[in-house]
Design a protein around this ligand. Sequence first.
Ligand code: ZN
Length: 129
Amino acid sequence: MNQKLRINVRLRGEIVQQFWQVKNHLGLQNDTEVVRSLVKWYHREHRQQLPNPFVHLNTYSDTVLIRDKMLDNLVTLRIKSLDESSFQFYCENCGSTSCRHIRFATTVPDVLSELEEKGYVYTGEHGES
Ligand SMILES: [Zn+2]
């Protein structure tokens, strides 16, 4: 995924000093890195409370369909056979076998169990549930 977001931030009053303190404490040279660092920290600490941007819609024989609310689009994951019994997912949106859509899909109990009942073994990375 190659999304970009450009934002301007205006700080006034006490938070200006707090921003400089945080920036210096983190040892960052760039204001954007401060924002990135804080967003990543918040996301890591509060991931469980944040609304899930993905919804599993269904699983066909060789396809998993996911709704990505952030992209406001449907994402198709294809089963990519590695040999007779093992597979990975290929995300058509990201053009990858390793992305956040695949990590999400591996947290949906029905997705892997349905495929494993057919004798397939998933060998790719797993997401966190
Ligand atoms: Zn993807």
